[in-house]
Design a protein around this ligand. Structure first.
Ligand code: SF4
Length: 266
């Protein structure tokens, strides 16, 4: 069995769980307006133009985005960074796209990593069948779980799907006492604003049973814009501006009252 992956990268995550190797898996059932990894949305390999610049010269070639790996191949790549992970208390994170879209590959790969003593995490939208999420529980140490929007209608409008399944999956993880980091996109015109953040504090407060390890506030940024051009996709956030740092500090202050660590940025 193979999994479709579009990148495998080592990240030094400061103020976080050490140095992590992130495996970006391809394919996502959501279509978030602000997605920073649009190359991860399609569940197929796509050829795109690559432009390399050397001095004032440009070299154009075609590049395939996405490659099929066996679990053993992914584990071998991750193992090259074992020394960094071990010394920093890091591990491996499966992100995307939506990693839970390829459950068989994911479970098998996570199981090998766990057996090898490597800390495992999944970065998920939470939009997955309950049995899929249950299948990864024994082999996943940490869930990075997105809350895109707590209003069902607005969730549908900005991501293409409703949030009922997502919230029910989040509640299941919390009830089971799994370690969860909540990831909150701070999007101008959508989630940025004190009223919404206050509602979110109440939403999270009702679920604060010790499972929630941290809240990450993820301000919208424009780094994905060039990717939209490259992949020929419409950029629905084209006119948006950044959320001022001071506003992020204000939101962080609100969440701090929950007694959960708050981090600005991913
Ligand atoms: S869930 Fe993540 S990968 Fe999928 S569209 Fe949204 S931001 Fe992009």
């Amino acid at each position: 069995m193979k999994g479709l992956v579009f990148n495998i990268k080592r990240f030094a995550i400061h103020d976080g769980p050490g140095i992590r190797v992130t495996v970006f898996m391809k394919g996502c059932p959501l279509d978030c307006w602000w997605c920073h990894n649009p190359e991860g949305k399609s569940a197929q390999v796509r050829n795109v133009e690559r432009i390399d610049r050397v001095g004032d010269r440009e070299f154009r070639s075609e590049e395939a985005v996405g490659r099929y790996y066996t679990p053993g191949e992914v584990v071998a790549m991750v193992e090259r960074d074992r020394v960094f992970m071990e010394h920093s208390g890091g591990g491996v994170t499966f992100s995307g796209g939506e990693p839970l879209l390829q459950p068989d590959f994911l479970v098998e790969t996570l199981a090998i990593l766990k057996k090898n003593g490597i800390h495992t995490a999944i970065d998920t939208s939470g939009f997955a069948a309950r049995e899929t999420l249950v299948s990864v529980l024994p082999v996943t140490d940490l869930f990075l779980f997105d809350i895109k929007h707590i209003d069902n209608e607005l969730h549908k409008q900005y991501t293409g799907v409703g949030n009922e399944l997502i919230i029910s999956n989040l509640d299941m993880l919390i009830e089971k006492g799994k370690d969860v980091i909540l990831r909150i996109p701070v999007i101008p015109g959508v989630t940025a604003g004190m009223d919404y953040m206050q509602r979110l504090v109440r939403f999270i407060g009702k679920r604060n049973n010790g499972s929630l390890r941290r809240i990450d506030l993820l301000p919208y940024h424009k780094t994905g814009s060039s990717k939209y051009r490259r992949f020929g996709l419409p950029d629905r956030m084209a006119g948006a501006s950044q959320v001022p740092d001071g506003h992020i500090d204000d939101y962080a202050g609100l969440f701090a009252q929950l007694g959960i660590r708050v981090k600005k940025g991913g």
